[in-house]
Design a protein around this ligand. Structure first.
Ligand SMILES: *[C@@H]1O[C@H](CO)[C@@H](O)[C@H](O)[C@H]1NC(C)=O
Length: 205
């Protein structure tokens, strides 16, 4: 069985499968451009070593924040922590470069699990994307291993808490046109989201 991939429009909570070319638009588009509603870094207890917003120049700070937010979530479910993987991060950066012109939420053809996030403005940080992916937990039922019906989606969340996934690498990037906003991508290896499997339990091959 192939793992699923998931995308996310900021605050629209729409997902598309790996084959869909255009994400469904739903919800209230006017919300997309809103400023941050609250401090997601504070939510995850992340204290940047550097006050400057150096996310676009300092790869170490970027990695630290993505990893911190993901592992905060993993800890809630007693899962082993993710390790940062520079090859995955490099893959994510390379793929977002390919989306620089169109800024579209389209999945790459990676063999990794892949979470995508798009925001209309350019102020989104690793903790923000991770937080909005994490919010899908409210739609997921661990007893039945199922998600609330579309347009609700849970795949970003289940990938983040997929026990067998061990490594992540992520990237964020402004798009070509300032009105297009920015994209954030995380790659997960090994990929998760196999149907009818419990994310929290070891995969039985
Ligand atoms: C980059 O970020 C790391 C981790 O937050 C920090 O320790 C380091 O001082 C930063 N480097 C620069 C050049 O700002």
């Amino acid at each position: 069985m192939r793992p699923f991939h998931f995308c996310m429009f900021f605050l629209l909570v729409a997902t598309v499968s790996a084959v869909a070319q255009t994400p469904a638009q739903s919800g209230n588009p006017s919300l997309q451009g809103e400023p941050r509603r609250f401090d997601t870094r504070e939510y995850f207890g992340y204290v940047p070593a550097n006050e400057d917003d150096a996310l676009f120049t300092n790869q170490t700070a970027l990695a630290e924040e993505f990893l911190h937010a993901h592992n905060w979530i993993r800890k809630q479910y007693n899962l082993p922590a993710y390790a940062w993987d520079e090859e995955l991060a490099s893959y994510a950066r390379g793929y977002l470069m390919q989306r620089y012109e169109d800024c579209k939420l389209i999945h790459s053809n990676s063999k990794f699990g892949e979470n995508l996030f798009w925001g209309k403005q350019r102020h989104w940080a690793p903790s923000d994307a991770t937080y909005y992916w994490y919010q899908e937990k409210q739609w997921y039922d661990f007893k039945t291993l199922s998600c609330a019906p579309p347009p609700k989606a849970c795949g970003h969340f289940t990938q983040m808490v997929w026990r067998d996934s061990q490594r992540i690498g992520c990237a964020l990037q402004h798009c070509h046109n300032i009105h297009m906003g920015m994209l954030i991508a995380c790659e997960y290896d090994p990929a998760g989201n196999y149907v009818n499997e419990n994310p929290l339990q070891l995969h039985v091959a």
